[in-house]
Design a protein around this ligand. Structure first.
Ligand code: DGL
Length: 256
């Protein structure tokens, strides 16, 4: 089979990576996708580096065994931990990850207050420390770990009172009116964007999903691997929990 006909593999610790998948589908609707949610091992963001490494490599191995033409790590946490190792392991395909969209947030307004919402592990890793060093002279960067928020999304609470109460507590120590930008540095968080906007009325919201999708397209184009099919592609949802409910939620979030 010509590689342009192969699917793109996408994984995350759960349904969050669907926020990246929907950008991929928007940009390349005629591609086929296999989405793997590792909900059985979620959350990643409060686990150790080594545990996340092991789970993420298992997801990647599974998708590569399905003969994919590109691998998308639709998880900031897993990207921080293992993107270099996965690129070394699979030199034959593009491996694209996601990181907090700090650069566009800082560049939007000099000297601004930028809140970076992410998992505890993402904020602890050297990748994020380096990102902060690159921009710390241009903005007041406020890292905000949000343990528990991904679980809320996994349970389908993306809007309403429960999401609002949870986020209000996360923002307790922040002067929300003075925040200029919020970076959604976990792929689960775009699904609570509306509530973040409500609680941070002066902030612009940044999320890396679209940039990641553009990068995947660029690399496939370079490799001559973009689908030539004119029909709408297929998205196959799989989850390590192996139950239909979680795949139904993922499918619903694709059109969120
Ligand atoms: N969606 C993931 C991320 O982008 C991680 C959530 C979790 O498993 O803690 O970081």
């Amino acid at each position: 089979m010509h590689k342009s006909n192969l699917p793109i593999g996408v994984f995350d610790s759960g349904v969050g990576g669907v926020s990246v998948l929907r950008e991929l589908v928007r940009l390349m609707p005629n591609e086929n996708y296999i989405y793997l949610g590792d909900s059985a091992h979620a959350p990643y963001g409060t686990k150790s580096h080594d545990e996340i490494f092991a789970h993420a490599v298992e997801c990647a191995d599974y998708l590569v065994s399905k003969d994919i033409k590109a691998l998308v790590i639709a998880c900031n946490t897993a990207t921080s931990v293992c993107i270099d190792a996965l690129r070394r392991k699979y030199p034959q395909i593009p491996v694209v990850g996601i990181e907090p969209a700090l650069k566009p947030a800082v560049k939007a307004k000099q000297g601004s207050n930028v809140v970076v919402m992410a998992t505890p592990l993402t904020l602890k890793e050297t990748k994020f420390a380096k990102l902060c060093r690159d921009y710390e002279d241009e903005a007041n960067i406020i890292p905000l770990p949000c343990p528990g928020l991904m679980e809320l999304v996994e349970q389908g609470f993306t809007k309403g009172e429960k999401a609002e109460l949870f986020l209000a507590e996360c923002f307790e120590d922040i002067d929300t009116m003075s925040v200029d930008a919020v970076v959604l540095g976990c792929t689960h968080y775009p699904f609570v964007r509306e509530t973040v906007e409500k609680l941070m009325p002066n902030a612009h919201i940044f999320d890396g999903g679209e940039g990641t999708a553009r990068q995947v397209k660029r690399l496939l184009e370079e490799n001559g691997a973009l689908s030539k099919d004119c029909d709408q592609g297929i998205v196959v949802f799989e989850n390590t929990l192996g139950n239909d409910d979680i795949n139904a939620l993922a499918r619903k979030l694709l059109t969120f």
